[in-house]
Design a protein around this ligand. Structure first.
Ligand code: NAD
Length: 247
């Protein structure tokens, strides 16, 4: 049978990039997917791609929206917390607003999603939570990713803590730590740098030992594994998928 048949999955930031690739991978593997994002146009085009994908607008910074959505649409077997915001800069480039925005989207959002979904998982004695961290975290110091890396390190702590608390109650919690992945937001960051876009792409690629960036589908494959019962013995872990960048 299919790898995710009978499972209901909630995904944040599913409109683009890794979240979108994962929504499609989960649906193709037999899951019922509730894909959420703040970009309703992106959600509409995603829903058109597979009949097992339902969509709803969700801003992860809104704890009230999160609670209402889970109450109405839960319980879920799988939660993929994919939403994230990349602030570029050193500590000296980081003002309070950028710091708070980084935490609000990358950490507070995840806290509220996990807290909303966990009771339904515990009640049924099963569930898999997958949290999007990054190699830029407690794993590797990356220049100009100060606030981002602090929040992604917090995601690893959040993940391991939840895993420890519920390890005997059927709920698993794991983190994914990608290197540089070719997604729309990376394209936007390249455009925002201004000047020679080809040169900026080359500099992203130049730091890759494999000589290429990752593809969203390569991260979705790991999320699918962690969502499925194939990974039943795996919890509290941080999975690096970075083409050897942090090695
Ligand atoms: P992306 O930028 O391509 O897509 C992001 C999506 O998030 C968009 O559809 C956007 O509308 C949505 N979004 C933004 N703010 C939101 C909010 N408040 N609530 C809900 N949705 C919101 O994304 P991506 O590059 O695939 O990144 C996804 C995750 O992967 C992020 O957590 C990111 O930090 C992480 N990550 C990405 C890379 C990379 O190189 N792309 C590397 C490591 C980790």
């Amino acid at each position: 049978s299919e790898r995710l048949s009978g499972k209901k999955a909630l995904i944040t930031a599913a409109g683009a990039g890794i979240g979108r690739a994962t929504a499609l991978a989960f649906a193709h593997a037999g899951a019922q997917v509730l894909a959420t994002d703040i970009d309703e146009g992106a959600l509409a085009s995603l829903a058109a791609e597979h009949s097992a994908i339902a969509t709803q607008r969700l801003d992860v910074t809104r704890a009230d929206e999160t609670a209402a959505l889970v109450k109405a649409a839960g319980p879920f077997d799988v939660l993929f917390n994919c939403a994230g915001y990349v602030h570029a800069g050193t500590i000296l480039d980081t003002d309070d607003a950028s710091w708070q925005r980084s935490f609000s989207i990358n950490v507070d959002g995840m806290f509220h999603l996990c807290k909303a979904v966990l009771p339904g998982m515990l009640e049924r004695g099963k569930g898999s939570i997958i949290n999007m961290s990054s190699v830029a975290s407690s794993i590797k110091g990356v220049p100009n990713r100060f606030a981002y890396s602090v929040t992604k390190a917090a995601v690893i702590g959040l993940t391991r803590s939840i895993a420890a608390d519920y390890v005997a109650r059927g709920v698993r919690c794991n983190a994914i730590c990608p290197g540089t992945v070719k997604t729309p937001s990376l394209g936007e960051r390249v455009r925002a740098l201004g000047g020679d876009e080809t040169a900026h792409w080359q500099s992203f690629i130049a730091r890759q030992p494999m000589g290429r960036l990752g593809e969203p589908a390569e991260i979705a494959a790991l999320a699918l594994y962690l969502a499925s019962d194939e990974s039943a013995f795996t919890t509290g872990t941080t999975h690096v998928v970075d083409g050897g960048w942090s090695n």
